[in-house]
Ligand binder design. Structure first.
Ligand code: NAP
Length: 257
C-alpha cells in the first residue's frame, strides 16, 4: 500500500457540501462520474493504492490509507466532509468498519454501495467457506486442476498445495511472487464472456473454481454450472449496519436527498 501517500486531482471547487467516496470498485467510479460536476457538491474519491496503475476517478481523488478510524475522522474535519459513501469492494471489510466508527464519532452520514452477492442457482455445485483455510480443506484431495480467482494478494495459503495445478487469474501479477509447485499465471481483466469462460475451463481441464462471492460478472459461474464444475466460494465478511444501496442511482438519490 502507498501508506501516507496522497495525491490531489483537479483544483478544489468552492462549494457547500463535500462527499467522500471510499472507492476501488467499478461502482465507485460510476458514482463519482454521476456526482461530479453537480453544483454545490464537491466529490472526493479515495483509493487504497493497491493497484499499480489505477484508473483516475472523475472529480477529486486521493490515494492511501487514512491511518485507521482516528485518521479518517481527522480527514473528515480537514476536508469538511458532510457524508460518506462506502463503495469499497465487498471483501474490503476493514475499511467499512473504520468508516462506521469514524462517522459515528464525527456525526457524519454513512451509506454503503455494494453490488449484490451471487446466489446459488439450481444446478450449481458450490461449497462455501468462511476463509481460505476452510476453502483449502474443502478442496481436499479431489480438486486437482483449479482456477484460482481470488485476487493477486491472497494467493499465499494456496502455494503449499503441491498436489494441485493452479491457473492463477488476476489483473496484475501475484504480489508477493510465490513458489507454487504447479501453476500458470494468466493476466486478465474482466468482464469475461460466457464463451471465453467455457473455452478457458475446457482448455485447462479445470475441475474446481476457487473465488470470492464478489458479485457482478458471473460468466465463470454460469460456465461452471453448465459444465458440472465445482465452485469453492468465500462468503462475504460481516459489515456494519448502514443504509445499503445495490445501485449507483439509489446512492445518487441518497446524496441528493
Ligand atoms: P480493507 O482490508 O478493508 O482495508 C485495509 C486498509 O486499507 C484500511 O484499513 C485502510 O487503511 C486502507 N483502505 C482500504 N480501502 C481504502 C480506500 N478506498 N481509501 C483509502 N484507504 C483504504 O481493504 P482491502 O481488502 O485491502 O482492499 C483495499 C482496496 O482495494 C479497497 O479500496 C477495495 O475497494 C479494493 N478492492 C479490494 C478487493 C478485495 O477483494 N479485498 C477487490 C477489489 C478491489 P487505513 O486504516 O490506514 O485507513
Amino acid at each position: 500500500m502507498l501508506a501516507g501517500h496522497s495525491q490531489q486531482g483537479p483544483a478544489t471547487v468552492v462549494s457547500s457540501r463535500t462527499i467522500l467516496i471510499l472507492g476501488g470498485t467499478a461502482e465507485a467510479y460510476e458514482l463519482a462520474r454521476r456526482l461530479s460536476g453537480r453544483s454545490g457538491l464537491r466529490v472526493i474519491s479515495s483509493l487504497a493504492g493497491r493497484t499499480i496503475a489505477p484508473r483516475r476517478p472523475e472529480g477529486e481523488w486521493r490515494v492511501g490509507g487514512f491511518g485507521g478510524p482516528e485518521g479518517l475522522a481527522r480527514y473528515f474535519r480537514e476536508q469538511d466532509i458532510f457524508a460518506v459513501i462506502d463503495a469499497t469492494h465487498p471483501f474490503a471489510a476493514r475499511m467499512g468498519w473504520n468508516a462506521a466508527q469514524a462517522c459515528a464519532v464525527a456525526g457524519i452520514r454513512l451509506a454503503r454501495l455494494e453490488r449484490p452477492a451471487w446466489v446459488r442457482q439450481p444446478g450449481d455445485n458450490w461449497d462455501e467457506a468462511a476463509d481460505w483455510d476452510e476453502a483449502i480443506a474443502l478442496l481436499g484431495v479431489h480438486s486437482r486442476r483449479v482456477l484460482l480467482a481470488v485476487g493477486r494478494q491472497e494467493l499465499e495459503p494456496f502455494a503449499a498445495l503441491d498436489h494441485v495445478w493452479f491457473l492463477i487469474r488476476s489483473i496484475e501479477p501475484p504480489d508477493p511472487l510465490l513458489a507454487f509447485a504447479q501453476a500458470r499465471f494468466l493476466p486478465a481483466r474482466g468482464p469475461f464472456t460466457l464463451e471465453s469462460e467455457r473455452d478457458l475451463l475446457r482448455a485447462h481441464g479445470i475441475d474446481t473454481i476457487v473465488c470470492k462471492n464478489s458479485g457482478g460478472d458471473d460468466a465463470k459461474l454460469i460456465a461452471a454450472r453448465e459444465m458440472g464444475i465445482r465452485v469453492v466460494m468465500k462468503r462475504r465478511p460481516p459489515r456494519p449496519v448502514s443504509p445499503m444501496f445495490a445501485s449507483v442511482a439509489d446512492a445518487v438519490d441518497w446524496v441528493s436527498g
